[in-house]
Design a protein around this ligand. Structure first.
Ligand SMILES: Nc1ncnc2c1ncn2[C@@H]1O[C@H](COP(=O)(O)OP(=O)(O)OP(=O)(O)O)[C@@H](O)[C@H]1O
Length: 519
């Protein structure tokens, strides 16, 4: 049975370092994709399998590149209900193909569509995919800073190219073009070309050199004599390094650091140019922002002044309004008091004039009638004389007021109006007409038309109109009005508004009858 190949300490450390680096780069790629398109549903440090599985349908990649370059992948096939369907798998392949075309258009490093399709992913394929994603990331960042026009350089994964090369690196022939490709784990054809043209930056070159030196040291350490190492380790390491660095394979790299090296000479210039242009850009942005800030500050100050002025004006207006309201309130209070006093005086006047008043109205005579009225006094007195009896039969009667045959309905009402209005202030008022048949009671109380015409309205109608007008004008009071009409004939009370009068009882009628007896 064949024994499995043993890994030396050096190989083990290298492998571990490479795995760590690859994992870090995967993490960076995944984190960037998540920042662009949202959660991928994988762990923050995904395995190769996880990473590839998340990108296999190409949706994430297409969305990400569309964010950088909108519309570069015009149609992205989204998730289908059943992803195992053959047509969907084909459409997903379309996603990958469109994405790769878009990447090529941006002149960024690509991978093969088959790299994503493999069930058992290999490190080299994943490295290419990660490289592609990270180059997109760098492109995006540069674009964000105003760069990313034309050629674009990216950091390549250390994995894929190094793997094949490193095993042979120490035994390769020096100087030829093929070994040149192989001797540096990190230097590829394109990168070498870049070195010659001042392509890679200093940081990349230092990183590469560090790796080579580390490899050399590990390689040498395995063959070191422990005794020699104990005597003068510094000189020993120096000698080893200088021997190693003498080799042809390091020359392209060392040229980078030589003062004459065009690449190293150009790079700082390029870097400086890039930095200067970036700085200039940022300075311009900063100046623009500063001027905008100043404008905003000025505007803020103006708005603040306006606001203060408005606030002060508002305060003055409110104060003035308060004074006005206070004045109105006092006036209203005074008015209410005046009205109240006025009512009291009014009602006192009614009492002075007499709570019970008796008026006499003489109706016009008809053609056959002979008048018995001899004199009507202004003080309400009336002298009557029976024309069929002797002269000494004259009699004088005194009333509060006597209305002659020519008096109108309005004149009669004006005398009773003050009493009627005091009802609205809570006083009880009763007006009734008394007299023999045909003396004019109905004419006075209801009017000749019985309320059907607005001319010559009776006391009842005029009183009700007056009361409704007053109740409407007094908005702060609520009045409840009810009307009842009764007739007293032969000491019998009859409800004129009720159809069935037999069962109606009127407890107040005893007072009315008592009053009638008084007269
Ligand atoms: N001041 C007046 N001016 C003109 N006509 C009047 C006046 N008073 C009464 N008359 C007339 O006299 C007649 C009798 O009046 P009225 O019917 O009002 O009397 P009465 O007292 O109501 O009678 P009764 O008690 O029988 O009902 C009516 O035709 C009425 O038009």
């Amino acid at each position: 049975m064949a024994e499995p190949p043993r890994l030396s300490f050096r190989d083990g450390r290298l492998a571990s370092r490479k795995a760590e680096e690859a994992a870090w780069r995967r993490h960076q790629a995944a984190a960037w994709l998540e920042s662009m398109v949202g959660p991928l549903g994988i762990s923050p440090c995904p395995s190769d399998q996880e990473f590839v599985a998340a990108l296999r349908n190409g949706i994430v990649l297409c969305k990400a590149i569309n964010k950088i370059q909108p519309g570069v992948v015009p149609k992205v096939v989204a998730y289908a209900p059943c992803d195992s369907h053959p047509s969907t798998a084909f459409q997903y392949f379309e996603n990958i193909r469109n994405f790769l075309v878009a990447v090529q258009e941006l002149k960024l490093p690509c991978f093969e569509a088959s790299d994503l399709e493999k069930e058992n992913v290999d490190v080299g394929s994943v490295g290419k995919i990660v490289d592609c994603v990270n180059s997109l990331k760098s492109y995006h960042e540069r674009k964000h800073c105003g760069g990313a026009n034309g050629s674009f350089k990216f950091k390549k994964s250390p994995l894929a190219p190094r793997y094949a090369v490193h095993a042979q690196s120490e035994n390769l022939a020096l100087g030829s073009s093929i070994p040149q490709k192989c001797l540096d784990m990190t230097v590829t054809d394109s990168e070498e070309h870049n070195f010659q043209n001042g392509g890679p930056n200093m940081e990349e070159a230092i990183e590469k050199l560090q790796r080579i030196i580390l490899d050399c040291m590990i390689s040498c350490k395995e063959n070191l004599d422990q005794d020699v190492l104990r005597k003068d380790p510094v000189t020993l390491v120096g000698t080893i390094l200088s021997n190693q660095l003498e080799k042809e394979q390091f020359k392209p790299l060392l040229q980078l650091f030589s003062p004459e090296g065009s690449a190293i000479k150009n790079e700082p210039n390029q870097h400086t140019e890039c930095s200067n242009s970036e700085i200039e850009n940022r300075m311009r942005i900063l100046e623009a922002q500063e001027s905008e800030l100043l404008e905003l500050k000025t505007m803020f100050q103006e708005v603040k002044v306006d606001f203060m002025s408005l606030q002060s004006q508002f305060h003055d207006d409110i104060t003035e309004l308060g004074h006005n309201i206070e004045g109105l309130s006092k006036a209203a209070l005074g008015y209410n008091q005046a009205v109240k006093e006025n009512r009291n005086l009014y009602n006192m006047l009614q009492e002075v004039r007499g709570n019970i008043r008796v008026y006499c109205r003489i109706r016009p005579l008809n053609s056959e009638s002979i008048s018995s009225i001899e004199h009507i006094g202004n003080d309400g007195s009336i002298m009557v004389c029976d024309p069929f009896k002797a002269q000494n039969t004259r009699k004088i009667f005194q009333f509060n007021k006597t209305f002659g045959p020519t008096s109108t309905q309005d004149e009669v009402y004006m005398e009773t109006q003050s009493l009627i209005r005091s009802v609205m202030d809570g006083y009880n008022v009763c007006i009734f007409a008394y007299g023999q048949t045909g003396s004019g009671k109905t004419h006075t109380m209801c009017g000749p038309s019985g309320g059907l015409s607005s001319n010559n309205l009776g006391i009842n109608y005029m009183a009700l109109n007056d009361l409704f007008t007053i109740s409407t004008s007094r908005e702060d009071m609520k009045y409840d009005m009810r009307v009842q009409m009764v007739e007293i004939y032969n000491e019998q009370v009859r409800d004129l508004l009720s159809e069935d009068t037999s069962s109606t009882k009127y407890p107040f009628m005893s007072y009315v009858l008592f009053l009638l007896y008084l007269f």
